[in-house]
Design a protein around this ligand. Structure first.
Ligand SMILES: *Cc1c(COP(=O)(O)O)cnc(C)c1O
Length: 386
């Protein structure tokens, strides 16, 4: 459990929350406890739950407390990947239960429900959750979960978390918010009524494109207990080394996010004025359909931009082949800028008709704006589109 009494500001919690000097040596960094088991004094007598490392590991304990603090949660649980964290939530459902899912979620999240949990009798309706009437009409008596991502991927739709939590609770369901795109620096869904926050730590929390991980954060004691049971029973836990890398990463989360936001705003404005650009989608632009909501719900607008280039597939392919600083790769949220083509890459597992309905057309390109010098990033895009 994180220390709910901590009133330190975000940047201080990034560096210190969950971490005490090591009790044996006073090492300032939490050690990487590479151990699978712990020696017991007498059968069944062990320290603070440390009997076997799938159940508990001190490096992981520090990470979980750190992430809980950053989301303002009482409980944090970490996993081997974001999808392992999602599976832990879905394992709470039983056959016949229904999930409402925001329509342009991360392709892998959709696939996990549609291709794995559907076979176990979990039903799912996709809905545009920016449209509250549509969200309401997607509910059924068996709805147990509303699952949303905001900003969404790749259309960067901004969903009203407080409104969706009222809708979920009124229907006897819980609200899960995938907060990967915003990171806890920009948005804290639990404070807006969400019951569980999910992170793919692979993205902004990790921030250096060198670790795959996931986390769940909640302040609901009963839910936390059930999730903790499943975390141990299913066993998709992260390694101590991955936990250490993520603890190192969160120390700079606030600094990185600030620069991601500054750079993305400058790139979005520059793209908006470019003659070969049909549309720029960035929550920080006045032209974004939910700009006002983004301003009230978030503390900044993040590092992700989607852009529709003139000339469809050929023009976007040419741009992706010509960039130098932007690396052509899936994933996002690292210090290095990435660029990708959702229809061919990250969202290929969404059926083509559904992709088209969402606006993921063949000219759509997604940028993860890194923290390089923004002048070089703009020069790179300018050259690639010339
Ligand atoms: C990447 C991602 C996931 C899945 O996380 P993994 O760490 O790749 O398993 C879930 N949601 C969003 C928004 C993501 O970007």
């Amino acid at each position: 459990m994180s220390d709910p009494a901590s009133h330190d500001h975000f940047g201080t919690r990034c560096i210190h929350a969950g971490q005490e000097p090591d009790p044996t040596t006073r090492a300032i960094m939490t050690p990487v406890y590479m151990t699978s088991t712990y020696v017991q004094k007498s059968p069944g007598v062990f320290i603070d739950g440390y009997d076997y490392a799938r159940s508990k590991n001190p490096t992981r304990t520090a990470l979980e407390a750190n992430l809980a603090s950053l989301e303002g949660a009482r409980h944090g649980l970490s996993f081997a990947s974001g999808l392992a964290a999602m599976a832990c939530v879905l394992h709470q459902l039983k056959s016949g239960d229904h999930v409402v899912l925001s329509d342009d979620v991360y392709g892998g999240s959709f696939r996990l429900i549609d291709k794995v949990f559907r076979h176990q009798g979990i039903e799912c309706t996709r809905a545009d959750l920016t449209d509250h009437a549509q969200a309401r009409s997607a509910l059924r008596p068996t709805t147990r979960l509303i699952w949303l991502e905001t900003p969404s991927n790749p259309m960067l739709k901004v969903i009203d978390i407080a409104a969706m939590s009222r809708l979920a609770h009124g229907a006897g369901a819980i609200l899960v918010a995938d907060n990967t795109f915003a990171s806890p620096y920009l948005q804290n869904p639990l404070a807006l009524g969400a019951d569980i926050v999910l992170h793919s730590c692979t993205k902004y929390i990790g921030g250096h494109s060198d670790v795959v991980g996931g986390a769940l954060l909640t302040s609901n004691d009963e839910l936390a207990e059930r999730l903790r049971f499943t975390q141990n029973a299913v066993g998709a836990v992260p390694s101590p080394m991955d936990c250490f890398l993520l603890l190192r990463s969160t120390k700079t989360l606030h600094v990185r996010m600030q620069r991601h936001c500054e750079n993305a705003m400058e790139v979005a404005r520059w793209l908006s004025a470019h003659p070969r650009v049909k549309r720029v989608i960035y929550p920080g632009l006045e032209s974004h359909p939910q700009h006002a909501l983004a301003k009230s719900q978030m503390r900044g607008f993040g590092g992700m931009i989607s852009v529709v280039v003139d000339g469809g597939l050929d023009a976007s392919r040419r741009m992706l082949e010509r960039v130098k600083h932007f690396a052509l790769a899936e994933s996002l949220g690292g210090v290095e800028s990435l660029i990708e083509h959702p229809a061919i890459m990250t969202h290929a597992s969404i059926p083509p008709e559904a992709r088209a309905a969402l606006g993921i057309d063949d000219g759509l390109v997604r940028l993860s704006v890194g923290i390089e010098d923004v002048r070089d990033l703009i020069k790179d895009l300018g050259h690639a589109m010339s």
